[in-house]
Design a binder for this molecule. Sequence first.
Ligand code: DQA
Length: 148
Amino acid sequence: MSKILIINGPNLNLLGQREQSQYGSKDYNYLTEICYEKAKELNLNLDIKQSNVEGEIVNLIQNSVDNYEGIIINAAAYSHTSVAIRDALDVFKKPKIEVHISNIYKREEFRHKSMISGVVTGIICGLGINGYILAINSMHELLENENK
Ligand code: DQA
């Protein structure tokens, strides 16, 4: 069974409370539940971690190199600023999917640039929390194709 990790960055623990017009009304628990359910359905072993701290996210990525087959990451605000998270992701040479709940290109200009897009396999953005489900499905296909 492939092991994959979802990493959620700062303030995503506040889903349902913050800017519902951008992020919807469902809370963080609901998000994790639907992700675990989808992973189970696809026979994937999923862990989900959330951190508000940049260095902790770097550590999570570094520790994933030997422990996970794929990473799905919503680095939240750090997506726009963090060279450290980008460099850590660059070391992880397996499938990586960047997710954003909102369409970052429809929002303030400072959100239009993601530091991590250049080092990931693919990007899903603007489709709400369903983006995580799409990412798990895509990760499943990427890993299946690798093992063919
Ligand atoms: C986000 C978009 C970021 O610009 C923002 O800072 C977030 C969440 C998203 O999922 O749409 O916290 O990554």
